[in-house]
Design a protein around this ligand. Structure first.
Ligand code: GRF
Length: 185
């Protein structure tokens, strides 16, 4: 079983899905770069260790990434899951956890990198969108795809109803991929 850290910045519904799944025993640590993230409350209530790592004033992105990578190493972390983590990780971090940093993105591979991906697919009038889990590389929301879940956009959908189905799809997909990566090894 691989030791897992989940990096969060916000609500943490995807973290909750992992906490409620068979992955829970592998989940060693939750790190947030925002002190008010509700994800921290979820982790604490589940009895998982939490750390808040803010980027200090004057600290470069590279310095922050190095500090984060060092900390995860000292904690014996083998797999890093970005679940609503709002900070782009640089070369040093990705080299340290090469092939072992994965991200969840609410769009199909190659579509809508960056923010507001669900809304952009909806306003484009697409018939389908989806979510993916992929290995993290320097390019944002790109990298080897580990799992995809397709979500149809129905004619009577509004953004709220689509968002709700997308989140459900994300929770299921994340649990499935992280289970495969942590429990089989
Ligand atoms: C999810 O839609 C995820 O794909 C995106 O940010 C959102 C995080 O939601 N990267 P939550 O904090 O897990 O509820």
């Amino acid at each position: 079983m691989k030791s897992l850290a989940v990096l969060v910045s916000g609500n943490g519904s995807n973290l909750q899905a992992l906490l409620d799944s068979p992955v829970r025993p592998a989940l060693t640590l939750v790190v947030s770069n925002r002190s008010q993230a509700y994800a921290l409350t979820r982790a604490r209530e589940a009895g998982v260790e939490t750390t808040v790592m803010l980027r200090n004033q004057g600290e470069s992105r590279d310095q922050y990434d190095r500090a984060l990578a060092d900390y995860l190493n000292t904690q014996g972390i083998e797999l890093v899951v970005l679940a609503g983590w709002m900070h782009i990780l640089g070369e040093h971090f990705l080299n340290t956890f090469e092939g072992e940093t994965i991200n969840l993105h609410p769009a199909l591979p190659g579509e809508y990198p960056g923010l507001n991906a669900i809304e952009r697919a909806f306003t484009d009038g697409r018939a389908e969108t989806g979510c993916m889990v992929h290995k993290v590389i320097l390019e944002v929301d790109a990298g080897e795809v580990l799992g995809v879940s397709r979500v149809a956009i129905e004619t009577d959908d509004n953004l709220a109803s689509l968002t709700e189905r997308m989140h459900q799809a994300e929770h299921n997909l994340l649990v499935q991929v992280v289970s495969e990566l942590t429990l089989d090894s």
